[in-house]
Design a binder for this molecule. Sequence first.
Ligand code: ATP
Length: 264
Amino acid sequence: MAEKLLTVRNVTRQFGGLTAVNDVSMTIYDNELVALIGPNGAGKTTLFNMLSGLLPATSGTIAIRHDGRFYKVSGKGATSVAQHGISRTFQNIRLFGDMTVRENIMAALNNQFKENFWSTIFHTPGYYRAERKMNDEAQKLIDRYHLTAVADSPANKLPYGMQRRVEIVRALATNPKIIFLDEPAAGMNPEETAELTKMIRQLRDENNLAVLLIEHDMSLVMSLAERIYVLDQGEVLASGTPKEVSQNPAVVKAYLGGDINAAG
Ligand SMILES: Nc1ncnc2c1ncn2[C@@H]1O[C@H](COP(=O)(O)OP(=O)(O)OP(=O)(O)O)[C@@H](O)[C@H]1O
């Protein structure tokens, strides 16, 4: 039985009088591929922002297991939660546009490999060792995720689908235990979406990490996710395997009584 990695207990977030997330509890286990779905305005992004430390919860607890202990996440800030193994991408791509793909990846690796202040100032042997290790690691990621042809191009010159892949690899470079992907297939054509699906599966299989993704593309969700949480009006409406969720009457109703596979 896999161990609990991320626990969300009775989490609520209010904005003034509006309750965007209402008493949500969920658990993500090591190495799972989980999707968070729901109609527009259901509270998915708000929950993601709390899970990734960007937004404090009004009440409730979010905790991540790291080296055998659980650490509170809510409102701690992205840098702090990154140290406990959480990484994410955004709905609107946030790459360093003028920097190359390699430089974007190196910037993320820097957190992992950075030497202490004095070794950086005096360029000690340790500094050069860390530099070499960082270069090697960046090259490995570039090769493994098929970015060789674009490695030295500025990120903002790449096609949209490729930028999304680079953002995911950059998130991976912080060596996380869980990656949150916020609508990774948004704006992609079917071919790019198929490539992305393969990439996410590879990411999970090769790196011993869990993936939680928000996605409106139901064919991607149904083919990729092992478990799904459905949010509606800030609350967990259902959770289970793709089959269980797609046959749940409350879920079908929330998607306007239509076919969940056709929901957008
Ligand atoms: N910073 C904020 N201030 C006030 N209200 C907010 C804020 N952020 C989100 N909301 C509100 O909270 C509710 C949930 O929004 P959220 O963006 O989390 O939903 P979502 O499920 O991600 O929607 P979508 O699928 O459209 O991205 C909405 O009613 C939204 O207007």
